[in-house]
Every structure is written in C-alpha cells, then in structure tokens.
Design a binder for this molecule. Structure first.
Ligand SMILES: *Cc1c(COP(=O)(O)O)cnc(C)c1O
Length: 572
C-alpha cells in the first residue's frame, strides 16, 4: 500500500533528524558533571555549569557536538543546614525517564575482571535556532550487573578512590564505546577536566598504541590550578580495577611514575591543551613546564543567565542579542531608568523569595551583597567577616544586607567548617546586619541570586580560582562585581568602571600576610568610602557601572564567544 504523503514527510524528517543527530562528524565533549536544568542534579559547581553552557551555546550556534557524561542517579546531594550551620547531605534521587530517553544499545567495560554493562540515556538540548545537541548520560544501573556494578553511576563525586576510578572507566572508556555503538563519527574528543582522560587510553588501544594519532584526536581543558586537587590513583588500585588494560610501563610513562595522574595523562595525550582564563594559563604553564598551553577564557550562556526583566529590555533595544551577545556592547542605547527598573524587578523577586522562605525580613532598598558558590576553603566565604567591627562601621555608613549560599562536598570538612563559621557571624551580627544563608544552592537559586543582588562578592585565594563564572552571570544582569583579582576578573576588571578589585594585582609579588592585609583594606575601605556612598548617594554613577558590567563584561564573557574560540582554535 502507498504511504500517504504526510507519512512520507514524517519519515523523511525523521531521517534528516537522525542523520543530523548521529551521522555528521562531531566533536565529542566529555564531562564528569553537567548542569542542564534544575531537575537534573548531575553537577556540583562551576565545572558542570560550564559544561551545560557549552552545550547550550553549541545548540544555538548549530555546532556538531555530542556530550557524554554520567547519569548520577542519586545526584550530587540535597543540602540541609541546621540553625547552627551544620550541613547534612541527602541523596537526591531523580527519574531520568522524565527528561530523557533510554537508548536500546549497550556496551561493556571490564572492571575488576568482570564485564560491566552500560546503557545510555539521550537528552536533547534544543535551540530556537533549530540546533540540537545530544547529551548521552551513561548508566550502569542495568539488569545483569552486580549490585556493586549497578551503583557505579549513582553518586557524583561520591564514596572512595576505587569508586571514582570505576566511574572514570565508565565515563572515558565506556563513553568512547557508546559513541561507537551508536554510530557517531567523531572528529575530536574534548576532555573537560581530567576525569575523562581514560578515553585517551581506549583510543590508544584502538590505534595500536600510536600516540601521535591519539594526540591528534584529543583536546584537554584543565581547570585545576593547584597540584593537590588533581585526580590521581595509586597503581595498586589501578591494577586491581583495570587489570592490564594498558601495559604498566606505558601507563607510567604517560600518567606519572608514582601515581596515575589523570591530568598528566590528558596532557601527554592531547595535541591542544588550554586553561580557562589568561591568568590560569600562566599558572598552568608554571605547574606543567614543557607543555604548550593555550587559553580560552570561560563564558556563560547569556540567555540562560539573564533574568526575565533584563531579557525584556535587551529584546526591546538590542534585538538579536540572544544569539549574538556581542550586541550587549551597545547597552548605552537603553535609558538608565529602564535599567534600574529591570534591576528593581529582579531584586524584588529575590527579596520576596528570601522573606517567604526565611524569617530574615530583608527589604527592597538596602544595598544587597551576594556570595554563592561551592563552599570550599579557597573560596573564603568568611573573608568578609575577618573584622566584624569594620563591617559594623560600614553598615553604620549605609545599611547593607547579605545573602550566602553554597554546598560543601560531603567529605570537605574545611568547607563545612566555613559554613558553620558564616552561621556564627550571622548570629553574632543579627541585631545589626541582616544576613541569610540559603540552603541547597543549584541552578534555579543561582539564577535568582545572581540577578537579584546589587553587588556580587568574590574572595578566592589566588591563584586557586582558575576562572570563576558566577561574576559573569551577575554582569549580565547589571550586578556589579567586587572581587579579588584572580581568574577571569583579571581580564574583566577596570577599576571603578566595570567593578572594583579586592587586593593587589597578581603581578605584584607579596607574601601571604601582606596580600591579606591589602585584601582586607580594600574590602572594608572600598565598601565604606566608595561602594556604599555611590549606591545611596550617586545612583547615576551606580547605573553607569551597571551598564558597564553589561557592555564591557557580558558582551565578551559569554559562552557563544567561548565556543567560537574552541571551534577556530581547538576543534578545526
Ligand atoms: C555559576 C555557578 C557556579 C560557579 O560559581 P563560581 O563563583 O564561578 O565558583 C557554581 N554553582 C552554580 C549552581 C552556578 O550556577
């Protein structure tokens, strides 16, 4: 029987979509974590959000990319904090079938001499431009696997070293096999951090140990500016879990003599290596002498991280900004009152949210300072409380209120201590300064916070912030940055124009004590003598700086620019 023309059309379209999704030669982007939407808790912080923004911009720009990650079926964790600041962690179970489709294909990897079966869920990131990026979530919770095998893809960054190595086998080796099994043709493999380095070993086996061939295929983006944070494994564990996947001699040559270092492995097996901010390139070159390291400074997905009220005025005055964020350079065509009004709306929404969920009683007109990111020691959430007398003095000049949020990794005791300390200061200052710490920081809360405060505070210990991205999100919403000069801010900062610096320029060589003194001086003096007076008495100047944040930061620090750079410098 003849098929109806509608049916034929549908078949034709399906074929086109299939070819586009699977058959075109692609860049395979591997990331242990990815932040796609609020209901999919497969990220812990900036690294995962960056992966999500990479995919979103790739969809908008219609780049041929496929992303590979783990399903993390029990999430990272859901955070609860007691009144005294003690964090507890709860599994965040979620149902992949609500968001994605299980593909009818499986592959296996060998772990402790046993086959572990892997399946993949397909999630599609679709853009209004017609672009679509497949994201494959690997899952070992599959019939036929042992209970131990089924748990490998449960917890993002969970449990112990052995568990982590198994995850990396599934991600790196399983990921390459899955792409093959699905018929993807891969032009290059891009490793977002070292967690997926084992993919290069799988390629090495495939190309009969031809290192040059593998290097030609691999791109590595490093995000970790300090050695101790590197992902490494003792060789006894490697042997126990991977067997003789690659002869030990070769492995040691490529991944380090003492321990298997996933960063080393990626460095040695990638032709193109980059850091994520210019300052980070400098730190990385010192940490890894002998490697050619480039820079592609991070960016964020403009549309995703711009709140509704700012989207509206950008649409009105800068139509096309969504897929061409460079247009934000023309922000000066927007009248000041409309910028301020858009900000009032975003701030109102945040204050309402805070007052609904807590008993802080914040108000709309007070200078509001935000600080939210992973709670880990180097980010120094407690730095602003170093001298509470000075903070009180600032507050007497002009009222302020503060919002904090952030999760500490379950095993990060110093991160948890910092949360407790911030809670201590909240209690100590409660009769003077309204301060709140919001629970369970994630994509949705980040979007509210980053757009709803007046000032975005960032106080990492240099040089540990490879890039940082939350300040770029703030800038997209006319929120002004007040930050230590590390990571991206070294490139985004123009004093008194795009924001303010805390502490010395990284080119100044100072002892740790001297630097800290300079940081605290800037922190309190700039708040008291520059920021607070400008906010309350020179609103015009404040709005000019809001516009500069949009026109001189957001127009550049976005993931559309970043992906165009990856395309021209790394991918092709
Ligand atoms: C942007 C973002 C981060 C990264 O923040 P940094 O200040 O760059 O560390 C972390 N978590 C969430 C939920 C984010 O949206």
């Amino acid at each position: 029987m003849e098929k109806g023309s509608d049916e034929k059309l549908v078949e034709h379209l399906q074929e086109v979509i299939y070819r586009k999704l699977f058959l075109e030669e692609k860049i395979a982007y591997f990331s242990m974590e990815i932040g796609l939407e609020d209901g999919i808790p497969t990220y812990s912080g900036g690294l995962g959000i960056l992966a999500g923004d990479t995919v979103r911009s790739s969809a908008d720009l219609r780049l041929p990319l496929v992303a590979v990650t783990l399903i993390s079926k029990k999430g990272y964790f859901r955070q609860e904090i007691t009144k005294s600041g003690i964090q507890s962690e709860h599994p965040e179970e979620w149902d992949p079938s609500k968001f994605m489709t299980l593909l009818p294909v499986d592959v296996t990897v060998k772990i402790q001499d046993r086959d572990v079966k892997i399946k993949a869920w397909l999630y599609e990131v679709k853009s209004l431009t017609g672009g679509a990026i497949p994201v494959l979530f690997l899952d070992t919770d599959v019939e036929g696997n042992t209970p131990e095998g089924r748990e490998i893809t449960f917890f993002l960054y969970g449990r112990d070293e052995r568990y982590r190595l198994k995850q990396e086998i599934v991600l790196g080796i399983g990921g390459v096999r899955m792409l093959d099994a699905l018929g993807f043709k891969i032009r290059r493999y891009h490793m977002n951090e070292g967690h997926s380095s084992l993919l290069a070993l799988e390629l090495l086996r495939r190309y009969e140990m031809d290192i040059d061939k593998v290097r030609d295929l691999c791109i590595f983006t490093t995000h970790t500016p300090i050695e101790v944070a590197h992902d490494t494994f003792p060789y006894e564990i490697v042997k126990e879990i991977m067997g003789a996947f690659i002869p030990l001699e070769t492995l040691k040559k490529l991944g380090g003599q003492e321990r298997l270092n996933m960063i080393r492995l990626a460095l040695n097996l990638s032709e193109y290596i980059n850091g994520v901010a210019k300052r980070h390139e400098y730190t990385s070159k010192r940490m890894f002498p002998g490697y050619e390291i480039h820079t592609i400074t991070n960016g964020i997905h403009s549309y995703t991280w711009t709140c509704e009220s700012f989207r509206k005025i950008y649409n009105k005055y800068l139509l096309g900004w969504v897929n061409e964020p460079e247009l934000l350079v023309r922000v000066d065509v927007i009248p000041d009152e409309e910028i301020w009004q858009a900000h009032r709306e975003a701030k109102g929404a945040l204050i309402d949210y805070i007052n609904k969920t807590t008993d802080t009683g914040m108000d709309y007109d007070t200078l509001t300072i935000g600080f939210a990111r992973r709670a880990t020691e180097y980010k120094r959430a407690d730095l602003i409380f170093s001298d509470t007398e000075k903070l009180r003095k600032v507050d007497r000049k002009g009222k302020m209120q503060m919002v904090f949020a952030g999760k500490a990794h379950p095993k990060d005791e110093s991160g948890k201590r910092i949360i407790r300390e911030v809670f201590g200061y909240i209690e100590k200052l409660k009769d003077e300064i309204k301060i709140v710490y919001l629970e369970d920081y994630g994509i949705g809360l980040a979007a509210k916070l980053i757009s709803g405060v007046d000032l975005w505070l960032n106080t990492p210990l240099p040089p540990q912030e490879a890039s940082g991205t939350s300040g770029m999100k703030a800038a997209h919403n006319g929120v002004i940055n007040f930050s230590v000069l590390d990571g991206w801010w070294v490139e985004g900062w123009i004093e008194g124009v795009t924001g303010w610096a805390i502490g010395p320029h990284p080119d100044e060589v100072l002892s740790d004590e001297e630097r800290k003194i300079r940081e605290l001086d800037d922190l309190y003096n700039k708040l008291e003598y520059v920021i607070v007076p400008m906010f309350y008495q020179r609103r015009d100047a404040w709005i000019t700086m809001m516009k500069n944040s949009i026109g001189k930061i957001a127009y550049y620090f976005n993931s559309h620019r970043m992906m165009r750079r990856y395309v021209t410098e790394a991918y092709f």
